[in-house]
Design a binder for this molecule. Structure first.
Ligand SMILES: NC(=O)c1ccc[n+]([C@@H]2O[C@H](COP(=O)([O-])OP(=O)(O)OC[C@H]3O[C@@H](n4cnc5c(N)ncnc54)[C@H](OP(=O)(O)O)[C@@H]3O)[C@@H](O)[C@H]2O)c1
Length: 336
């Protein structure tokens, strides 16, 4: 029987999600990869246990995480039943709908029909009475925002979700969505954008909107799916995401990027961190970021990513060096 570490709240840092009552761990764990029906159940279970033992109270899912679609929620449901039911009130569990899930016109995008049916399916797969956060996974340009967000409002009012969130909405769409949700009486708790040293779009207005509106930001893929680590320094390991050549392509590990990764790796070493740790620390340097939403394939990666919290401070010089490396102008890259 799993008994959670009684020191689990001793060192994790918690950050408030915007102007809400919810605090999230500075590092959260996502189940996009490595929790599907094709993956090793005991490894998935060990990562979740380790995460919770380290104070990671937030696990992030979506209807179509797997493969196959739905299977990450099923795996999570089984682990919840075996290990985490006594801790349900210590957990923030989220799911989403908005990408393709089932065939036909009602299994994708942003209709009320799709979102509410999908949430019911997710609850069933996970064996939950409610999720803590239900997200619209991406904006749907062909459905009125009022309809998609109205479905989130219904999800909350009907008790199937405690809070509403949005993902991948740009700054302008976010400002509109936040107002619609507020007018409906279900404030937007959090936004889930992609953000890392390699993908800095949220700096172009989105984080400003979230700060102004009092909405949290949980940023996904802070390691750029593993590129921002030492994983690819000596080629593409056979057990890596790039080796699967699907969501992260072998061609993403190209020469230019590797030169940047090498230079960043050296800078991380100067800070006494692994590159993965520095990548997590870098997104958390901005106080508007509530949580870094990482993925992992091994228990050791859970430990490494949480170890980032030991050093979240960057000097102005370090930040300048990072910007130089990312822009390709840092001298350490031309030397290679
Ligand atoms: N809202 C959305 O549209 C959206 C989209 C994508 C993701 N997400 C959420 O964000 C979560 C995280 O996304 P992600 O998995 O792309 O995040 P990520 O943290 O950028 O990448 C995770 C991958 O990086 C590698 N890794 C992790 N820690 C490492 C370490 N310490 N050292 C070396 N390598 C390490 C592992 O790759 P290997 O497998 O190669 O070991 C791991 O699978 C997802 O699970 C999901 O919950 C949301």
């Amino acid at each position: 029987m799993y008994v959670a570490d009684n020191k689990r709240y001793d060192s994790m840092q918690y950050r408030r999600s915007g102007r809400s009552g919810i605090q999230l761990p500075a590092v959260s764990l996502g189940l996009w990869h490595n929790f599907g029906g094709v993956d090793h159940f005991e490894n998935s279970r060990a990562m979740l246990r380790r995460a919770f033992d380290l104070g990671i109270t937030h696990f992030d899912l979506a209807n179509n995480y797997g493969p196959p679609y739905g299977s990450a929620e099923e795996t999570f449901g089984q682990i919840l039943k075996k290990d985490f039911l006594p801790y349900r009130d210590e957990l923030i569990i989220s799911t989403k709908a908005g990408w393709d899930m089932w065939p036909g016109p009602y299994g994708d995008l942003g209709s009320r029909k799709y979102l509410l049916a999908s949430l019911d399916q997710s609850l069933k797969r996970m064996g939950l009475a409610y999720v803590d956060i239900f997200y619209h996974h991406r904006p749907d340009p062909d459905t009125p925002m009022e309809e998609s967000l109205g479905a989130l409002d219904t999800a909350v009012r009907s008790g199937r979700a405690l809070y509403a969130g949005i993902s991948a909405y740009n700054a302008e769409q976010t400002a509109k969505a936040v107002k619609i949700l507020r007018d409906l009486g279900t404030p937007c708790l959090i936004h889930q954008p992609k953000y890392s040293m390699f993908v800095r779009d949220p700096e172009q207005g989105l984080l400003d909107v979230l700060e102004k509106e009092g909405v949290g930001a949980i940023v996904f893929s802070p390691l750029a799916q593993g590129l921002l680590s030492d994983r690819y320094l000596k080629g593409i390991p056979s057990d890596s995401r790039a080796a699967r050549d699907f969501f992260l392509k072998k061609t993403d590990v190209e020469k230019d990027k590797l030169a940047k990764i090498r230079a960043l790796n050296e800078l991380a070493a100067d800070r006494g961190q692994t590159l993965a740790e520095m990548a997590v620390a870098w997104v958390l340097r901005d106080p508007r970021v509530t949580s870094a939403l990482v993925g992992t394939s091994k228990v050791s990666q859970v430990d490494d990513n949480v170890a980032a919290l030991k050093n979240l401070k960057f000097s102005a010089e370090e930040l300048r060096r990072i910007d130089g490396i990312l822009a390709g102008t840092h001298p350490s890259q031309s030397a290679r």
